[in-house]
Write a protein that binds this ligand. Structure first.
Ligand SMILES: C[S@@+](CC[C@H](N)C(=O)[O-])C[C@H]1O[C@@H](n2cnc3c(N)ncnc32)[C@H](O)[C@@H]1O
Length: 333
């Protein structure tokens, strides 16, 4: 075992290569966990008594951090008995009170309702989402990760259709496509239970696709579904807003107050997301076969001068988000 520090906790994690270990722990995801702590803290200013489920807990790192750093009640669940041993050890190490559960995640989510669920699977969240939709209460918070970028972002259309029932293909805007496939899949799952999902924040960090959002009542389902469409033979896919700027500002303020070692990087990630406009997808100018590629900054200025909305994309350095149609965009280029 190695001892590692993250946020306000110290935990034991297996030594050696991540995927050979008896229990999973990825140091790289610390940045995502820091942001999640800040997200839950902001949410807790609106909803006081939060009972949460860390559905796939592994070492317990996320759940223990939520308890210690946000002050929520938590159930830490994993179906791997070795993970349960380690979770118990890490709970003791950090002197926190936490409920531990050694069940299939689908089972516990069928049995109980929660105010916040963090779902962080190996690969795809697809086999758990129906239970998540059943288990989350109205007006409560969801955080979901996925690491199957190839399926989500259009490299493996058959895998995407199998897991998410959405038709995709290769596109220049593949990273945002991945986020929107994940969001659409979450929405579809909740719609079956007459619940709507309102996205608050998305991010891609290394191979982690991560989405946060609020579960809303049945009155919002129709509005959500009306924002679906088909584009470039892709779909049906949600084309509405995928973030809430007010919420993101509060998360940035929360990060400012914390002493996370990667805080500057985390704030930079969120600031980039905050600055992008809420228009679906982007034009990637590096993929447009231009003889001379203009600077993204100049293109955005020109688009704005011509009355269009425009910004960078947080997911693609050479991406331009705009409400200009392709023809209009090419003229400006
Ligand atoms: C990617 S790891 C979770 C990482 C953890 N959330 C973190 O922040 O480090 C996925 C975990 O899910 C557990 N798992 C896989 N299938 C499961 C199931 N059906 N029910 C419960 N746990 C499961 C695995 O044992 C593994 O510990």
């Amino acid at each position: 075992m190695d001892k590692v520090k993250e946020g306000k906790i110290e935990i034991n994690v297996p030594t050696g290569r991540i995927y050979d270990a008896a229990v999973f722990y990825n140091k790289d995801a610390e940045i995502v966990r820091d942001i999640s702590v800040a997200v839950l803290s902001v949410f807790k200013t609106k909803v006081e008594d939060i009972e949460m489920l860390d559905a796939l807990s592994a070492s317990g790192v996320s759940g223990i951090r939520y308890v210690k750093e946000v002050g929520v009640k938590a159930v830490l669940n994993d179906n791997n008995p070795k993970a349960i041993e380690l979770i118990k050890n890490n709970i003791e190490l950090n002197s926190v009170e936490v409920e531990v559960s050694n069940k299939d995640a689908n089972l516990i989510m069928r049995e109980r309702l929660f105010d916040f669920i963090d779902l962080d699977p190996f690969g795809s969240p697809s086999i758990f989402m129906d239970s998540v939709a059943r288990s989350l209460k109205y007006n409560r918070l969801l955080a979901v990760s996925a690491t199957d970028g190839g399926a989500l972002s259009g490299s493996f259309p058959n895998a995407c259709f199998r897991k998410y029932a959405i038709k995709v293909g290769r596109t220049p805007y593949y990273s945002e496509l991945g986020i929107r496939v994940l969001i659409t899949f979450i929405m579809n799952s909740f719609a079956r239970y007459d619940k709507a999902f309102r996205p608050l924040l998305f991010l891609i960090y290394k191979h982690y696709y991560r989405v946060y959002g609020i579960i809303e009542g049945s009155g919002k389902v129709t509005k959500m579904l009306k924002q679906y469409g088909t584009i470039d033979n892709i779909g049906p896919i949600y084309l509405g807003p995928i973030k809430d700027d007010e919420f993101i500002k509060q998360v940035i303020d929360e990060l400012e107050k914390r002493d996370f070692k990667n805080k500057d990087k985390e704030i930079a990630i969120l600031t980039k997301i905050l600055r992008e406009i809420n228009v679906p997808f982007y034009y990637d100018i590096s993929k447009m076969h231009l003889a001379k590629v203009p600077a993204v900054h100049d293109i955005i200025l020109k688009l704005k001068e011509n009355g269009f909305e425009a910004s960078r994309s947080s997911l693609c350095d050479t991406g331009v988000k705009t409400n200009a149609k392709l023809e209009e965009f090419m003229k400006i280029l």
